[in-house]
Design a protein around this ligand. Sequence first.
Ligand code: 5HY
Length: 244
Amino acid sequence: MRILVVNPNTTAAMTEKIGRAARAVAASGTEIIAVNPPDGPVSIEGYYDEAFSVPGLLAEIAKGEASGVSAHIIACFDDTGLEAARSLASAPVIGIGEAAFHLASMLGHRFAVVTTLSRSIAAIETNLLKYGLASRCAKVRACEVPVLALDDPASNASAQISAEIERAKREDNAEVIVLGCAGMADLAARLSEQHSLPVIDGVASAVKLAEALGALGLKTSKIRAYAAPLPKTYLGSQAPFEPR
Ligand code: 5HY
């Protein structure tokens, strides 16, 4: 099976890290195609960045559809553009946030999320409500490390994430931790060992769920919510996105 993994930001090094994390857990028969759009924000930190990442994301999803992938993964923890992508695609579309929340909810009574900046917390809390899992999340926390600083050894990112995990265990009674950024994908195993509790990475979670859906031959329902977009004119620079 072939799974498309789209990093909606435009930082190729982060796409490569995401691709490595996906391939590390993919089954032997699964090909991971990791891409990012050429245009858009270098990182997604809040609603404005999110809005401008969606056109590029959808263009990559359209290419994946044309090439017949078995599933799509949106590798941004805010699950940016998830509903639009599901409307566009026939193959299943999985957001790494939603995937991680569901797996975490099967491993403990309450989980906590540790994301990057405080400005990202609202979108994650909104998604938890949308997915019906807000009651299982004790708290969404931020380690105050910018997305692109996750790869900078001088940023002390791992120590800041660790400190937030300890606060979540102590103050939130969290039994499971969800890492709230695709750029944290390489940290889950070590943090789980260090803090003696499950630490969930959304990229790995999404790959295994995508394989499950693909193996079962299950696809997104195209009646009502995620029905194909109605044919209509899109003017100007958005003409290439025109539903036909
Ligand atoms: C992500 N931003 O996973 C989100 C996380 C965040 O560029 N990739 C990004 O901090 O909102």
